[in-house]
Write a protein that binds this ligand. Structure first.
Ligand code: HEM
Length: 282
């Protein structure tokens, strides 16, 4: 709770590029009568319009539902931002959900969608609709050494494994995850995977897994800037999200007020890769 309060108070200080924050100090040529106080409104209530009318209903309560190895696709379906059945999903639906629900830039959303859907193979076009469980295609979209799912030789690659979530959180000594802890987690999971007899992850999947993992810091992280390892994703939010596939509003999560860009994600990926390689990862 203390951390959340601290974040709320520090948010304008640790994201100096926010126009709202800059506006507190800079005169506005368009509206010379604006006083700084009117712009720097720390008391403004957080806006949760984006999630109103989108209650969480777990997949287990939805008849014949389809779910994926991706915690965020499942979350979007559990809140009805994608069809709750997880069926007949189009690329447009994926793009719209990422932009409107997560405030990803349109460029980042379509890059993510295209990268993922292309792996399903052809024909892939605007008219193609798929079910979420199709993303469990092993060695196409799904791979071993996931952060939160068992390997193919162990069991379900779709259902979250709470023990793995526990280990992911334990890779950080702090109350949050960051690029450094996630790099450690990626290194640990690849070692655990080969130790139980799964094949070594290809370099392509090693990189792809770092990209997927970067979403944790991108979506749930606050702060950072030049020092990307200072972007912190609160553990209590990440835990609820991953275990329940639910937006952790009760733990203080809210959608980013700033559009999340390709450049920001790339710097998070670079941070994860550096941490992974410092441990001896390929
Ligand atoms: C079109 C959009 C997306 C598709 C099709 C997609 C699909 C996938 C798939 C197939 C995996 C499984 C890889 C594996 O571990 O075997 C995955 C993992 C993951 N995805 Fe997504 N994803 C999408 C967008 C997102 C977004 C926006 C987030 C934001 C939080 C996200 C978060 C994650 C995370 C954290 C993992 C790693 C899970 C783990 O290693 O256990 N994904 N995604």
């Amino acid at each position: 709770m203390g951390l959340l309060l601290l974040q709320t108070l520090m948010l304008p200080l640790i994201i100096p590029s926010s126009s709202v924050v800059l506006g507190a100090w800079l005169p506005s040529p368009e509206s010379p009568n604006h006083t700084p106080d009117a712009l720097f409104d720390l008391d403004a209530p957080p806006n949760f319009d984006w999630i109103s009318h989108h209650d969480w209903i777990p997949a287990a309560l939805v008849v014949n539902s389809s779910r994926s190895p991706c915690p965020m696709l499942n979350t979007l379906a559990n809140h009805g931002f994608l069809p709750r059945s997880g069926r007949n999903i189009t690329k447009d639906m994926l793009n719209t959900a990422q932009v409107t629900v997560l405030n990803m830039s349109p460029d980042l959303a379509s890059k993510t969608t295209n990268a993922m859907v292309a792996k399903l193979g052809s024909p892939v076009n605007e008219s193609t609709a798929f079910n979420l469980d199709e993303f469990a295609a092993h060695d196409a979209t799904e791979h071993d050494a996931s952060l939160t799912r068992l390997d193919e030789i162990q069991g379900s690659v779709i259902d979250v494994d709470p023990g793995l979530v526990h280990l992911l959180l334990a890779d950080s000594q702090e109350p949050w995850l960051n690029t450094k802890s996630i790099g450690r987690s990626r290194f640990r999971r690849e070692n655990e995977s080969t130790a139980i007899g799964s094949p070594v992850l290809s370099s392509a999947f090693t990189s792809f897994a770092q990209l997927e993992a970067s979403f944790i810091v991108l979506i749930f992280g606050l702060g950072g800037g030049d020092a990307i390892d200072e972007r912190w994703a609160p553990k209590e939010q990440v835990k609820e999200w991953l275990n329940e596939e639910r937006f952790p509003i009760d733990m203080g999560y809210n959608r980013s007020e700033i559009a999340l860009t390709i450049d920001l994600q790339q710097s998070i990926i670079n941070g994860i890769k550096q941490s992974y390689q410092e441990l001896g990862g390929k």
